[in-house]
Design a protein around this ligand. Structure first.
Ligand SMILES: Cc1cc2nc3c(=O)[nH]c(=O)nc-3n(C[C@H](O)[C@H](O)[C@H](O)COP(=O)(O)O)c2cc1C
Length: 218
């Protein structure tokens, strides 16, 4: 196992959504993916009951099919009032950054099929349609930190990922492509997985910590 020379804070602050810098010419070795899964398995699980699963899609025809669904979802989302509203709310100062994200996300929607591996993060056991907040928080809690651990481990190995969720608009179609049992398995995230073009990534500009902290009361 070869990992990049990144201290914990550097790893945490430079694991970006990688889209344009995915190297689609190199295969991702299965062994590296296993190492990322091993890191994911170290994340917390409610009652220590493991319900996380990751579908790794390397088959070219399946990647193509998933990419087709993803592109349709992106088309719907990027033309939706929700998306347009979010862009407008960003304000002039953040506009350039939002424009870059939109450009990058559009690029991914056009190139998803070329990425050597796609990762579909899933929670096994139940769907999250109309469930109590405690149940949904528990189910999500069993898979979202694990998925982020997978991505951090990938970054440490020179691999790039990008958290995406818009495919969930057509989740059943994705399930059918790779045989996920739709009735009992909830997909939560779809990510490209590829070596990155270069390994130098920078921390993002973010608000000050005090803007999200509430000391002793809200
Ligand atoms: C819950 C969630 C959903 C996201 N969905 C998408 C998506 O569908 N497509 C996409 O290209 N990026 C998606 N992203 C990535 C964000 O656009 C990205 O994290 C954000 O622009 C900040 O960039 P950074 O991660 O490089 O700091 C998603 C991220 C999160 C956390």
């Amino acid at each position: 196992m070869t990992v990049l020379d990144l201290d914990p804070d550097a790893l945490l602050s430079t694991t970006r959504a990688v889209r344009k810098r995915l190297d689609c010419t190199r295969d991702v070795p299965d062994e590296l993916i296993r190492e990322c899964a091993a890191a994911a398995l170290q994340a917390p699980s409610g009652s220590n009951h493991i319900t996380m699963s990751f579908v790794i899609v390397k088959d070219a025809a399946k990647r193509q099919a998933i990419a087709g669904v993803y592109a349709r979802c992106w088309d719907i989302y990027s033309n939706s009032p929700f998306f347009v509203g979010a862009i407008q709310q960003a304000g002039a100062s953040a506009q350039a950054q939002q424009d870059r994200v939109t450009d990058s996300a559009t690029y991914l929607s056009q190139h998803m099929a070329e990425v050597p591996a796609l990762v579909i993060a899933c929670s096994v056991g139940m769907r999250l349609d109309n469930v109590e907040p405690m149940v949904s928080a528990s189910v999500y809690g069993n898979i979202l930190p694990a998925t982020w651990s997978f991505m951090l481990a990938a970054r440490a190995r020179g691999l790039g990922t990008a958290w995406t969720t818009i495919h969930l608009m057509m989740e059943q179609e994705i399930a059918d492509i790779v045989g996920i049992p739709f009735d009992t398995v909830q997909q939560v995230c779809l990510s490209p997985l590829a070596y990155t073009l270069g390994t130098d990534f920078k921390p993002a500009v973010r608000p000050e910590p005090d803007s999200i902290l509430h000391w002793d009361r809200w």
